[in-house]
Design a protein around this ligand. Structure first.
Ligand SMILES: [Fe+2]
Length: 244
């Protein structure tokens, strides 16, 4: 079983790479929350295709919508990293983004292939949907796997570079520039996944900050997203903390 041995070895290497990055929890982690959102959205879409009843057109349309939303989120995310984070890294540590940038090229190609397959599922007659959905499920699962490994690289290797080259204030300013660049609809799409995926403490910190700094309608919209998508226990904790 050569494959199983190689896989275990790879996982071991990844696990070893995770440890040093968890050392400075006080540093500003520009990837943490958006990657939690991506992990949640990737998992949700993959599970939706896996359990899909292809005889039910409404459910097929729902799954198609979820995958298209996911692919928009992934596309926007990699373009944002290319436009903001990589230039910042290259400016002070040239050559440090090459590997991840190459992976972004592969991800863009995967996203295009998945869009095409999703379109095929949307148009397929009911009798042909099972085969198309099975192929889409496998390809989406591979994409999920690639992204999980990729995000770990960014959270370990890239964060080490960012923390070495930039202060936390500079990283917060970079994050502010990324947020300012996104129109409200794109922010809402990211927040829809980010809010239920983060810890109660992260949620309280984000909403408390927004209550002070964001326009009232934007804050109200985020609160409504939290009400709609955060689990019951998490919502109660958030309500209690914001009322205190
Ligand atoms: Fe990335």
């Amino acid at each position: 079983m050569e494959f199983a041995v190689a896989t275990a070895h790879e996982v071991g290497k990844l696990a070893a790479a995770v440890r040093p990055a968890s050392v400075p929890p006080e540093r500003h982690d520009i990837y943490a929350l958006i990657h939690k959102a991506l992990r949640a959205a990737l998992s949700d879409a993959m599970l939706a295709v896996g359990r899909l009843d292809t005889s039910a057109t409404e459910e097929v349309n729902d799954a198609v919508g979820r995958i298209r939303d996911l692919l928009d989120l992934c596309q926007d995310h990699l373009e944002t990293e290319n436009a903001f984070i990589h230039p910042a890294m290259e400016a002070r540590r040239p050559g440090t983004t090459r590997r991840v940038a190459d992976e972004h090229v592969e991800h863009a190609a995967s996203i295009a292939r998945l869009r095409s397959r999703t379109g095929t599922l949307a148009r397929a007659p009911a009798t042909a949907r099972d085969d198309v959905a099975a192929g889409l499920y496998r390809e989406l699962s591979l994409f999920v796997g690639e992204n999980l490994v990729h995000m770990n690289e960014e959270e370990t290797i890239h964060n080490r570079v960012l923390w070495d080259a930039y202060s936390d204030d500079e990283l917060a300013a970079l994050e502010g520039a990324i947020i300012a660049h996104h129109p409200p609809a794109a922010m809402q799409r990211a927040m829809r996944w980010m809010l239920p995926a983060m810890t109660p403490a992260q949620r309280v910190a984000m909403l408390t900050r927004m209550r002070i700094s964001a326009p009232a309608p934007a804050y109200a919209a985020v609160l409504a997203l939290a009400r709609a998508h955060v689990d019951e226990g998490g919502w109660r904790k958030l309500e209690r903390a914001l009322a205190a």
